[in-house]
Design a binder for this molecule. Structure first.
Ligand code: PAF
Length: 284
């Protein structure tokens, strides 16, 4: 595995790979790699000749400074994990290298997609995500880029970015991976105590309650109202949102219309650790 810190060196490597007509798959991450990231690397290895992985904790996408400063940093373990998983090129720039002292980023307006749910609860979050993904895509010049469905709204935002600015890049969404107890894998899970973790499992329980109710024929409105009532009353857990949405537009999905796939989405904080989760629901 080749490790580079500078964009110029990355560009040289990318030119070398392109001159051999190799298909480049890109997995952007913020490090603290876990099985969810490994599954993205595996997908990239299946469909591309070489895999580039980046580890960069992007300051502009954090809306609370403490979330940025406490974000887990495990570079040595990440290097080992990436090497084991078969990454060919590991890009690990620092903030200066990516932003050159200019941390102001442009506002992004994709309508509801950037202004609802994550966009509403984390002001400026998608501005930072789009800014860094644009810089990384410009540097890596990949054929395909792989993102987890765990960050479902981010995936939709990046698909829209690619459609507008990187039409040659295929964006591939990969399934959310859960731990054996059902908790969606996230780099932030290391900050949960044993008790917090038990509380955090409620997120998965509520979205699956929605799935079961709706797929068994109950109306979206009634099922949502009943699960929302339990979620809002839960102790030691601060619910931010719980809803059923169209996964491309993030507009709320309600009863009626054609039978199609929607997603239950949830965000809540457990003892100061913000968690998100989602699951697919067949709605009619
Ligand atoms: O999903 C992430 O880890 C980050 O949001 C990303 C896409 C690497 C941008 O910093």
């Amino acid at each position: 595995m080749i490790t580079v810190k500078k964009r110029e060196l990355l560009a040289e490597e990318v030119r070398r790979l392109k001159s051999q007509n190799l298909q480049i798959g890109f997995v952007p991450t913020m490090g603290a790699l876990h099985h969810g990231h490994e599954s993205l690397i595996n997908e990239a290895r299946k469909s591309c000749d070489v895999v580039v992985l980046s580890v960069f904790v992007n300051p502009t996408q954090f809306n609370t400074p403490s979330d940025y400063t406490t974000y887990p940093a495990t570079l040595d373990a990440d290097l080992q994990c990436a090497e084991r998983a078969g990454v060919d090129l590991f890009f690990m720039p620092d903030v200066e290298e990516m932003y050159q002292g200019e941390l102001e980023v442009d506002a992004v307006d994709f309508g509801t997609l950037t202004h609802s749910f994550e966009g509403r609860h984390r002001q400026g979050h998608f501005d930072g995500v789009v800014a860094i993904v644009r810089k990384l895509f410009d540097a890596v010049k990949m054929d395909c880029a792989f993102f987890g469905e765990k960050d479902l709204q981010q995936l939709a935002v990046i698909k829209r970015l690619a459609r507008d600015e990187f039409p040659g890049v295929q964006i591939i969404g990969c399934p959310l991976i859960r731990d054996t107890d059902g908790l969606a894998l996230s780099s932030r899970n290391v900050r949960l105590s044993k008790d917090d973790r038990t509380r955090a499992l409620k997120l998965n329980a509520w979205i699956h309650e929605l799935k079961e109710g709706i797929e068994a024929g109950s109306s979206i409105e009634e099922t949502l109202e009943s699960v929302l009532t339990s979620a809002q009353q839960a102790q030691s857990l601060e619910l931010e949102y719980l809803d059923i949405v169209n996964p491309e537009t993030f507009e709320p999905r309600r009863s009626g219309g054609e039978k199609n796939e929607a997603f239950a989405v949830i965000a809540a904080a457990v003892n100061g650790v913000r968690l998100i989760d989602n699951c697919r629901i067949l709605c009619s």
